[in-house]
Design a protein around this ligand. Structure first.
Ligand code: ATP
Ligand code: MG
Ligand code: MG
Ligand code: MG
Length: 466
């Protein structure tokens, strides 16, 4: 089953169960200052769970675009290291707003996985919250799931979208990728290896956590579920890693061709294929590379991708060219990607060209520092110089350090930063800032958002600057 077919099968199944199909919302959360990027399907329904945003339906289903980079759920550092994490992914979800609760949520999930998708029950593993006997009894008595394959966990089975907001105990479904892959079942010491991969989280929304951390019951018990589309696609396509699914193979193949790389398993290709999705979708949703907040997260992701290309021998901008393949792969579900293709390409190219001016020199400085390195940490003054003069975000330098089994001297970095601040205050207006050194040429200007009526998506309007 192709990834696009799985998405459709999911939405259709839940429509048949009386759910209203709701389009994905923007990656930039509407009216939610607590959230950096949309990180789950439930975000757009947050107020509905709280009882403040009544909808004409009590059951909904969606395939929500999500970014987990920066913010509470941050998977940026996992990309390239695990088989299952992306910065951008799609979360398939079904939601009940005070309608059905645990029993139906579990039954629907079971029926979809073992019925519609035909997964063998013996490949599945289940977890429930330590306090939630009720969920375990539903699994055992109503589904007939073997008690030996249920783990009871604490934090991992309590879901919250952020430090505040709707939350509750959850029950998760894992898929066993088989004994060829190292790792143990959930709750075992090596459960973080990728043999048993979490595919679906069923959250029993019961509380609203306030800013003081206190939990208040929601107006009505509700359900929020999330299943990673790429993870279930890997299961259905009988591959272990998400990066082996059809969609990612297309992106990896395109990147390999552009960079003239033969080995398709190359880690940097996976990182690049991951990052083009988050970067292109963030730009489509109105975020542009910048020095603060969302824009800085985007800049960090683009620069990481460009550095991985450089590592593979890129000598000219390549990253922006992947937008074409991405639009081919995902434009059907996300027409705005096709519509905004030219602007996305331009914004990426501008950032690539800007970083290209300092990347080689920065890498040279770093290599020299590493050649003379004593110990296992890159000195703070080097990390700072790379940041300040060469535009290397700290996490990018850390990405390089990690590849070589090194760490960063962050105390030294903080001290160098403080010294720089003190110097620039003494010197009045003088301040070294790599972004001044690297003036944007042909700057892309963001002019606001446009809501596409009916689609419910927010489309960014990018206008070419004069
Ligand atoms: P994990 O423990 O594997 O990091 P999670 O518990 O953080 O996943 P949830 O917050 O429960 O994930 O999100 C619901 C579902 O979304 C997960 O079961 C998984 O299928 C998918 N998912 C979560 N994070 C990612 C990611 N970074 N990339 C791809 N899919 C993801
Ligand atoms: Mg996670
Ligand atoms: Mg988890
Ligand atoms: Mg989870």
């Amino acid at each position: 089953m192709k990834t696009v077919e799985i998405r459709e099968a999911f939405l259709e199944y839940f429509e048949q169960q009386g759910h209203t199909r709701v389009p994905s919302s923007s990656l930039v959360p509407a009216n939610d200052p607590t959230l950096l990027f949309t990180n789950a399907g439930m975000n757009q329904f947050k107020d509905t769970f709280l009882g403040a945003d009544p909808r004409p339906y009590v059951r909904a289903t969606s395939s929500q675009r999500c970014v987990r980079a920066g913010g509470k759920h941050n998977d940026l550092e996992n990309v390239g290291y695990t088989a299952r994490h992306h910065t951008f992914f799609e979360m398939l979800g079904n939601f009940s707003f005070g309608d059905y609760f645990k029993q139906d949520a579990i039954k629907f999930a079971w029926e979809f996985l073992t019925g519609t998708l035909g997964l063998p029950p013996e490949k599945l593993w289940v977890t429930c919250h330590v306090s939630d006997d009720e969920a375990e009894e539903i699994w055992v008595n109503e589904i007939g799931f073997p008690r030996e394959r249920i783990s009871r966990l604490d934090e991992d089975n309590f879901w919250q979208m952020g430090d505040t907001g709707p939350c509750g105990p959850c029950s998760e479904i894992f898929y066993d990728h088989g004994e060829d892959v190292p790792g143990g079942p959930p709750g075992s010491p090596d459960d973080d290896l990728d043999r048993y991969i979490e595919i679906w989280n069923l959250v029993f929304m019961q509380f609203n956590r306030d800013a003081s951390g206190e939990m208040h019951p929601l107006p009505a018990p509700s359900v929020d579920t999330g299943m990673g589309l790429e993870r279930i696609a890997a299961v259905m396509q009988q591959v272990h890693s998400n990066y082996e699914i059809d969609l990612f193979q297309a992106l990896i193949g395109a990147a390999a061709k552009l960079l003239n790389v033969q080995d398709l398993e190359e880690k940097s290709l996976r990182v690049i294929a991951d990052h083009i999705r988050s970067c292109a979708f963030l730009i489509a949703d109105g975020v542009l590379p910048g020095n603060e907040g969302r824009g800085y997260v985007l800049r960090r992701i683009i620069r990481r991708a460009v550095r991985h290309g450089n590592k593979l021998g890129a000598t000219e901008p390549f990253f922006h060219k992947l937008v074409t393949t991405l639009a081919e792969q995902m434009g059907g579900a996300y027409p705005e990607l096709v519509k905004l293709q030219g602007q996305i390409d331009k914004a990426l190219l501008t950032e690539e060209e800007q970083f290209a001016k300092t990347l080689d020199n920065g890498m040279q400085i770093l290599e020299e520092a590493l050649a003379g390195l004593e110990g296992k940490e890159i000195p703070g003054d080097v990390v700072f110089k790379l940041y300040d003069t060469y535009g290397f975000p700290v996490d990018l330098t850390n990405d390089i350090a990690r590849e070589r089994d090194l760490g960063l001297d962050m105390a030294g970095y903080d001290a160098a930063m403080a010294a720089q601040r003190a110097r620039s205050q003494e010197g009045g207006s003088f301040k070294v800032d790599y972004n001044d050194v690297l003036k944007l040429e042909g700057q892309t200007e963001f002019t606001g958002y446009e809501c596409t009526e009916g689609e419910g998506t927010v489309t960014a309007l990018l206008k070419d600057g004069a």
